[in-house]
Ligand binder design. Structure first.
Ligand code: PXP
Length: 246
């Protein structure tokens, strides 16, 4: 198979964390992340992603259980490498776990997982998950050493952190980041890993990914949810006006 044919259709996984952020502003059940997940599936999403954080700031345990019941594509549980999260994953059995770094004070995931630092514990953490047929992805920087360590630890997927790419504004800097991602994706595929990319991707910066044939899937959250709010606003307003007109 040549490289052009490798990934004819890139898949989109939709992260619904920020539906829960909106819901939690009132804590009255709306908007429901499960309803959002089902809408995402009906709209073509190949998977649903959620991050169960230690502080449960958006997705809660009950959301995760309901998502597990409801969705029919695949559930990707983003989580920190902790004993608590390993227990949750083994009990909920998502199709896939993505290991991410997590700091309480951060607003969102900042950078890739420090795979060198935690490598000695990684294989032992991953094995029970893989034994239960849960796929394991590690969110890493697009660099060769991290890819090799992810494969050695028993992950079957790597997700490249695209936050740096998404923040670049100059043409040559963007091209440099894309080349870094392209070359890392090739190395990862050659190592037998499935390659995903995510963080900060949006309608403004996703188009060049069509040419990154070794990337099979992109994972997008904030930009889709925030755009949906604006795109949906006229309809939501018209609905109310129609209801209050005599
Ligand atoms: N992939 C991973 C591993 C993440 O932690 C996040 C953020 O939760 C995303 C993808 C999605 O990033 P964004 O919300 O910026 O699209």
């Amino acid at each position: 198979m040549n490289n052009e044919d490798a990934t004819p259709n890139m898949r989109l996984a939709v992260n619904i964390d920020h539906i829960a952020t909106l819901r939690n502003a009132r804590n009255e059940g709306h908007p429901d992340p499960v309803e959002a997940a089902l809408l995402a599936e009906r709209s073509g999403a190949a998977g649903i992603v959620c991050h169960l954080r230690e502080d449960r700031r958006h997705i809660k345990d009950n959301d995760l259980a309901r998502l597990r019941e409801a969705i029919t594509t695949k559930l990707d549980l983003e989580m920190a490498m902790t004993d608590e999260m390993q227990r949750v994953a083994l009990s909920v059995k998502p199709e896939l776990v993505t290991l991410v770094p997590e700091k309480r004070e951060e607003l969102t995931t900042e950078g890739g997982f420090a795979i060198q630092k935690y490598f000695s514990h990684l294989a032992g953490f991953i094995k029970p998950l893989r034994d239960k047929e849960i796929g394991v992805s590690i969110f890493i920087e697009p660099e060769e050493e991290s890819i090799a360590l992810a494969a050695e630890a028993g992950a079957n997927i790597v997700e490249f952190h695209t936050g740096t790419y998404s923040l670049r504004t100059g043409e040559s800097e963007i091209a440099f980041e894309l080349e870094r991602i392209r070359s890392a994706a090739r190395i990862a595929r050659e190592a037998g890993l499935t390659v995903v990319a995510g963080h900060g991707l949006s309608v403004l910066n996703i188009a060049p990914f069509r040419e990154l044939h070794d990337i099979e899937e992109v994972s997008i959250g904030h930009a889709i949810i925030s755009r949906a709010v604006l795109i949906g606003l006229p309809t939501a307003i018209r609905e109310i006006i129609d209801l209050i007109r005599r």
